[in-house]
Write a protein that binds this ligand. Structure first.
Ligand code: SAM
Ligand code: SF4
Length: 350
């Protein structure tokens, strides 16, 4: 493979998070998705060109996200169109895409949809669920009441079954559960969520409430530190640390009484991992952000229209990566640095 660019802190590019829409069928208050998509979304060929260009710069893993990516009509077509990038030899100078993953709230993941995604070539699904009873789900998903929350919960539980049936095997890390925990919202759901995940043999990834965007009412006292989450769960089901993989976001723990089932925590606030962050984010309308907490991004559409120009696109992305200096989360921890109003989570895609 051709030489991979490093950013100003010596970090390589490895993961592309591509948001397909900023819209969502839920309205989680910690996320506050857009009601409408921005105008002028990228087309399928433009997205394929972008992925191909980033693969040439070192991207090996693509995560499709949103808003809610299952709202996107061409999701399966996009995944299928990317398969030629998977079949390349790892020594190919143009790079090779090793993995395609999806993050979804699961509400629209029917048995058919799960099979279609698998057939298109999706490798992994992470489903987000923040509670195990109707009232908690309703509170965390911004729904009207316990009945509406219960209906969503039922759909997500069914989605776990559909994904498993379609061949997304939790034992191989192909099916996981995400939960955002806030102190007043769902801290009481820690043990029930851990129990559900243990019963289902799923890795549960507990995410600290992040101050992404400027309309989710973030306050430091609402953050339940990852260490506290681990302590509370470990007091019931003893845990031993596995660690954080290089460039990974999650620190993992093994249940002492269960072979192969893990708990993971994403401590972006209390223990940031900017030092080896290898992620680039591109929004549904083609704006590249080199950090989840960045205030502004680079509009890539000039290099995609009227037709994608691979060499110039690659050059633009390479320039962007080489100039990257973001380490917002670490800086906040070090100095509570002032920063501009950041972009919203559903626009950026998490
Ligand atoms: N709609 C999909 C979902 O919920 O999985 C994909 C998009 S969502 C923005 C991606 C992930 O970001 C989800 O797991 C969600 O829980 C998480 N997330 C959203 N807002 C967050 C926040 N303020 N802090 C921490 N995680 C957040
Ligand atoms: Fe939608 Fe996901 Fe945001 Fe919840 S976290 S509002 S499901 S995009």
């Amino acid at each position: 493979m051709a030489e991979r660019p490093l950013d100003l802190h010596g970090r390589p590019l490895g993961v592309l998070r591509l948001s397909l829409t900023a819209r969502c069928n839920l309205a989680c208050p910690y996320c506050c998705p857009d009601v409408e998509d921005p105008p002028d979304l990228l087309t399928l060929p433009e997205r394929v060109a972008l992925v191909e260009a980033t693969v040439g710069l070192g991207v090996h893993t693509l995560r499709l996200t949103g808003g809610e990516p299952l709202l996107h009509r061409h999701l399966e077509e996009l995944i299928a169109s990317l398969q030629p990038l998977r079949q390349r030899d790892p020594s190919d100078p143009r790079g090779a895409l090793r993995e395609i993953a999806l993050t979804s709230n699961g509400v629209l993941l029917s048995a058919d949809r799960a099979r279609q995604l698998k057939a298109a070539g999706l490798d992994r699904i992470t489903l987000s669920l923040d509670g195990t009873d109707g009232a908690s789900v309703a509170r965390m998903a911004g729904l009207g009441g316990a009945a509406a929350g219960g209906a969503v919960l039922e759909k997500v539980l069914a989605a776990i079954g559909h994904a498993r049936q379609a061949g997304f095997d939790p034992a191989r890390g192909a099916l996981k559960l995400n939960a955002v925990i806030t102190r007043s919202g769902n801290a009481d759901q820690l043990l029930p969520l851990a129990e559900l995940a243990r019963q289902q043999g799923l890795e549960l990834r507990l995410i600290e409430f992040m101050d992404v965007g400027n309309r989710n009412g973030w306050a430091p006292e609402q953050v339940l530190p990852a260490a506290e989450m681990v302590a509370r769960i470990g007091a019931v089901w003893p845990l031993e640390p596995v660690g954080r993989s290089p460039h990974g976001t999650a620190s993992r723990w093994r249940y002492r009484d269960r072979d192969g089932t893990h708990l993971a925590v994403v401590a972006s606030i209390t223990a940031p991992f900017c030092g080896d962050c290898n992620r680039l984010r591109i929004t549904a309308d083609g704006v590249a952000y080199s950090c989840l907490f960045a205030g502004s991004g680079t509009d890539l559409r000039p290099w995609l229209r009227p037709l994608p120009e691979p060499a110039r696109l690659r050059q633009a992305l390479e320039g962007l990566w080489r100039a990257r200096r973001d380490r917002w989360s670490e800086e906040r921890l070090e100095a509570a640095a002032q920063r501009p109003a950041p972009a919203e989570m559903a626009y950026l895609g998490g």
